[in-house]
Write a protein that binds this ligand. Structure first.
Ligand code: AKG
Ligand code: FE2
Length: 227
C-alpha cells in the first residue's frame, strides 16, 4: 500500500529545514547503503550523527506524531531517526530493496524495516526527474509531491529514484517497524479506519454500529500486532 500524506510538514518547517540544510556538509550516500544498493546509489546525505541531522530529525519526528494518517497507515512501533538526502543534476538511485534490519544510532537497538517514507523538501517545479518509483503487485507508481508532502510505502517493495536532469531534489527519508508486519493486513486496517471515520461523520459515537465497528478495528489490531 502506498499512502501520501499532504502537508506533513508546514511551509515554515520546510523553509527552516531547507535553510539549515543549505549550510551543512553532505557526504556520499553510499555510506549507509548495503552492498547491492551501494552499487546503484549516487546521492548525497547529511551524516546521521551530526547535530544538524539530530535537530532536523526531531522536527520530522514531531510532525509524524501529529499525523493521524501516518499513525493509521504505518501503525509504527519504532521509527528510525529521519535522515536527509539530495540528488543534484545527474544523480540517481537505481532499483533496490532497503536493508531489512537497521540499528538505531546510539542505542544499538535493531529494528525491522517494514515501512519506508520519503518527505519531499523541494517544490516539484524546481527540478526535473527525481521521481520516486515504487514497484508493487499492481505495477509501477511514480511519485513526485509538493514540498512538505510525504509518501509511505512498504519497505519490501523494489524502488528507485529516477535521475535528476535539472535542479536538485532534497528529501527526508526514514524507516519504521510496524506493529503489523504484513503490508496487506496494514492495508486492510487502514481502509477500515478510513471507513470508520466516514461512518463517524454520519452517526453519533454511541450508535451501536459505530461502537461495533470500532471494537472490530481494535480487536483486529490486538490479534495482529506484535509489540
Ligand atoms: O530519496 C528517496 O526518496 C528514497 C531514498 C531511498 O530509497 C533510500 O535511501 O533507500
Ligand atoms: Fe530505498
Amino acid at each position: 500500500m502506498l499512502v501520501t500524506i499532504p502537508d506533513l510538514l508546514t511551509p515554515e518547517e520546510v523553509a527552516y529545514i531547507r535553510q539549515v540544510l543549505e549550510g551543512t556538509d553532505w557526504v556520499d550516500g553510499r555510506s549507509t547503503a548495503g552492498d547491492q544498493a551501494a552499487k546503484v546509489k549516487n546521492n548525497l546525505q547529511v551524516p546521521q550523527d551530526s547535530p544538524v541531522a539530530r535537530e532536523l530529525s526531531g522536527i520530522v519526528m514531531r510532525a509524524l506524531g501529529r499525523s493521524p494518517t501516518y499513525s493509521s497507515a504505518a501503525l509504527p512501533l519504532h521509527v528510525l531517526p529521519p535522515m536527509f538526502n539530495r540528488y543534484d543534476e545527474g544523480m540517481t538511485f537505481g532499483a533496490h530493496v532497503d536493508g531489512s534490519i537497521r540499528v538505531i544510532p546510539g542505542t544499538g537497538q535493531r529494528i525491522r524495516t517494514d515501512i519506508s517514507t520519503t518527505v519531499f523538501l523541494t517544490p516539484p517545479e524546481d527540478y526535473d526527474g527525481g521521481e520516486l518509483v515504487v514497484h508493487d503487485t499492481y505495477g509501477e507508481h511514480r511519485v513526485k509531491l509538493p514540498a512538505g508532502h510525504a509518501v509511505v510505502y512498504p519497505a519490501t517493495s523494489l524502488h528507485s529514484v529516477s535521475p535528476v536532469t535539472r535542479g536538485s531534489r532534497w528529501a527526508s527519508f526514514f524507516w519504521a517497524q510496524s506493529m503489523v508486519r504484513d503490508d496487506w493486513r496494514r492495508h486492510m486496517l487502514y481502509d477500515l479506519d478510513q471507513s470508520i471515520m466516514r461512518i463517524r461523520s454520519m452517526l453519533p459515537d454511541d450508535d451501536p454500529a459505530v461502537t461495533g465497528i470500532t471494537a472490530h478495528y481494535h480487536n483486529m489490531i490486538r490479534h495482529w500486532s506484535e509489540i
